[in-house]
Write a protein that binds this ligand. Structure first.
Ligand SMILES: [Zn+2]
Length: 397
C-alpha cells in the first residue's frame, strides 16, 4: 500500500515529541489489547490518530453501508484472529484509488478503488494482513523515531504546519510533504508482506492470490491513457512509494510456492458483498477520465463477474464519453449487448435510442426509447424522452 505517515502534527503535541532525545527504533510487536503507556511518544501518536479518526468518522468520505462494513470487518477479524479483532477498526473510504492504510491506533482504511479491483476475498485478506502487520510491528512508531533521529527540527516543523488545518488530507492519511518523503521504507514493506502472507494463509486463504492483485495492478497502469500514470507517479497510487513492485510480486510468488498448501479464494462471497456497489464504484473511477485504464478494468471484471449487464453498459458509457474514432459504434454494440442481460440498467435503452436516432435508424430508436420509458417510468428525463418519441412518430407519419 501507499503508506503515509499517519501523523497529524498539532504544533503543541509536536513540540513535546521533538524534545525527546534519540530513542531506539527497535520495538517489540504490540500485543492484543495492548495500549501505549501514558506520557510516551507512542501515546502521543495514538492521541493524534484518535483525533484524526474522529474527523474521519463524521466525514462524508466514509461508506456507511452496514452490510458492506460488516463483511469487511469480518474478513479482517478472520485474518487477524479473535484476540486482535477488537483492536482493529476498519473504515471503507469512498476514494476511487487502489489504496489501504493503517494508523498506529488500530484505524485501518480500505478505499473503494481497492474493493473494486480485488477479485475475491482472499486478495482483500492479503491486503488486510499486510496492513495489520504494520500495526502489530509498530511500524509507525519506528518510522516516527527514525525521522526524528534523522531530520532537522525546522523541516519537521514545516511539515507539521503544512498539514495542519487540512482535515480532508488528514483523514485520508495523506500528509503531502511528510508522506512523500517518508512512506514506510522497503524493509518494513517487505516485512509487512511476509507477515501479512502468513496471517492470511493461516486464516485459510489461497496463497497465490497475494501476488495476483499486484500483477493485475501493474497491467492496469500499463494501460493508462496518462503518461504520468504509466510512469507510476500518480498521486495516491501504491506505486508512488513502491517502485519495487516486481520485487514484491516475486517475493509473494516465492512465498506461495513454498507454502504449497491449498486455500480458498472465497470469490462468490466477495462478489455478493461488493455487487451492489459495482456501478457506483465504476462511475467514480470513470470520473478520472482515464479511459484506457477504466476499459482495461472493466474487461478484467467481465472475465469473472456475473453482472454482465452492468459491465457492458459501463463500458459503453466509457466509449461514449471517450469519443475517439469508432467509439460511437463500440458504445452502441455494448449497450445492445448489455440489453441482453437481466441486470441491464434502463439507461442502456435510452442510450441505444439516442445513438440509433443519430444514425437515422428511426424505428430502432423509437423501440429503444419506448422500452426505456417502460423500464424507468419514474425517470427524471421522462418528459424529454417522451418528446423524442413524439417527434419520431411525426417523422414517420
Ligand atoms: Zn505497507
Amino acid at each position: 500500500m501507499r503508506h503515509t505517515l499517519f501523523f497529524r502534527f498539532a504544533v503543541t503535541g509536536f513540540a513535546t515529541l521533538i524534545l525527546v532525545a534519540c530513542e531506539t527504533t527497535n520495538v517489540a510487536p504490540i500485543a492484543a489489547s495492548e495500549r501505549p503507556e501514558e506520557t510516551t511518544d507512542e501515546a502521543g501518536l495514538w492521541l493524534q490518530m484518535d483525533e484524526t479518526e474522529k474527523l474521519l468518522k463524521s466525514s462524508a468520505l466514509v461508506e456507511n453501508d452496514e452490510a458492506l462494513n460488516d463483511y469487511v470487518q469480518a474478513v479482517a477479524c478472520r485474518v487477524v484472529g479473535p484476540d486482535y479483532c477488537p483492536d482493529l477498526r476498519v473504515y471503507v473510504v469512498k476514494q476511487p484509488f487502489f489504496n489501504a492504510n493503517m494508523a498506529p491506533n488500530g484505524q485501518m482504511q480500505i478505499w473503494t478503488g481497492l474493493l473494486l479491483r480485488a477479485e475475491n476475498e482472499a486478495q482483500l485478506a492479503f491486503v488486510i494482513g499486510h496492513e495489520f502487520a504494520h500495526y502489530r510491528q509498530r511500524h509507525s512508531l519506528q518510522q516516527w523515531r527514525e525521522i526524528k533521529n534523522l531530520a532537522n527540527a525546522s523541516l519537521l516543523f514545516s511539515m507539521g504546519t503544512a498539514v495542519a488545518g487540512v482535515p480532508e488530507a488528514a483523514v485520508l492519511g495523506d500528509f503531502s510533504i511528510a508522506a512523500r518523503l517518508y512512506g514506510f521504507g522497503r524493509d518494513k514493506e517487505r516485512e509487512a508482506d511476509e507477515l501479512g502472507f502468513e496471517f492470511a494463509t493461516q486464516a485459510g486463504y489461497a496463497g497465490e492470490e497475494a501476488a495476483a492483485i499486484w500483477k493485475y495492478l501493474v497491467s492496469e497502469v500499463e494501460n493508462s491513457d496518462l503518461e504520468r500514470n504509466r510512469r507510476a507517479i500518480a498521486r495516491a497510487s501504491i506505486f508512488s512509494t513502491h517502485p519495487v513492485t516486481s520485487e514484491r510480486i516475486e517475493n509473494l510468488e516465492a512465498l506461495a510456492a513454498e507454502a504449497a498448501q491449498s486455500g480458498e479464494t472465497a470469490a462468490a462471497a466477495y462478489i455478493e458483498a461488493t455487487g451492489p456497489f459495482l456501478a457506483s464504484w465504476l462511475d467514480a473511477d470513470l470520473v478520472q477520465s482515464d479511459f484506457g485504464k477504466h476499459i482495461f478494468l472493466i474487461n478484467h471484471l467481465l472475465e469473472r463477474d456475473a453482472r454482465q449487464g452492468v459491465l457492458y453498459f459501463r463500458r459503453g458509457e466509457a466509449y461514449r464519453l471517450r469519443r475517439e474514432e469508432g467509439d460511437e459504434t463500440r458504445a452502441l454494440e455494448d449497450y445492445i449487448k448489455a440489453s441482453t442481460f437481466e441486470d441491464v440498467p434502463p439507461a442502456a435503452w435510452r442510450e441505444i435510442g439516442e445513438l440509433q436516432r443519430r444514425s437515422g435508424n428511426q424505428a430502432q430508436a423509437l423501440e429503444a426509447y419506448r422500452t426505456y420509458l417502460e423500464k424507468a417510468p419514474q425517470a427524471s428525463d421522462k418528459l424529454l424522452i417522451e418528446s423524442y418519441v413524439e417527434a419520431l412518430l411525426q417523422e414517420q407519419s
